[in-house]
Design a protein around this ligand. Structure first.
Ligand code: HEC
Length: 166
């Protein structure tokens, strides 16, 4: 009896053992191709992160902090570069680093008609690319952020008063 039923079962066991790995393989392929779609984004993000790191090092090596400050570090009386992306585009920053004299002349209004005071730092276009990415990534100074939040809080606190007046 038992040998007969086992013989009957054998084809189905064989079938299952063939199909199961196939299905698992399909699922694995589907998962991989999903990952593949994300990969270019991740690679770009990693490349940008690396550029920003290089830029940070170049900023230090070229003595930019002699005239500039970031997060209150560097020349206190110099030009702060925190939150630069709020006011300057990446291209604008690049143009400035390429030739400060020419750039300030061309964008006199953006520099309140002051003459250029920054020397040409003799950077290669690769170095300019990295430093610009770094400067463009700088957050707004915490102190300024708090100031902005306080202003918003004050406005929100005033609103109930206004309603009572009505
Ligand atoms: C001798 C002082 C000095 C040094 C060194 C210097 N800068 Fe400047 N930088 C200035 C001054 C002053 C300005 C304001 C505009 C001008 O006069 O060109 C400025 C402007 C800038 C701006 C434009 C800011 C804006 O809001 O438009 C960037 C970006 C900048 N510097 C980056 C750098 C980097 C990066 C380095 C180092 C590679 C550097 N600077 C070295 C003095 C300096």
């Amino acid at each position: 009896m038992s040998t007969i039923s086992l013989r009957n079962l054998t084809p189905s066991i064989l079938l299952i053992s063939l199909l199961l790995p196939l299905q698992l393989f399909d699922a694995a392929v589907a998962k991989e191709s999903k990952k593949g779609a994300k990969k270019p984004d991740q690679a770009a993000a990693r490349a940008l992160k690396k550029k920003i790191e290089e830029g940070k090092t170049l900023y230090r090596l070229n003595g930019c902090a002699d005239c500039h400050s970031i997060n209150n570090k560097g020349c206190k009386s110099g030009v702060p570069l925190d939150g630069l992306s709020k006011t300057r585009s990446l291209e604008f920053i690049k143009e400035h680093l390429k030739d400060p004299e020419e750039h300030v002349k061309k964008n006199a209004a953006a520099y309140e008609n002051s003459p250029n005071m920054m020397p040409d730092m003799n950077l290669s276009s690769e170095e300019i690319g990295s430093i610009s990415q770094y400067l463009h990534s700088l957050p707004v100074l915490k102190k300024d952020e708090q100031k902005q939040e306080k202003q918003q809080d004050n406005q929100q606190e005033k609103q109930p008063d206004n309603q009572e007046d009505k």
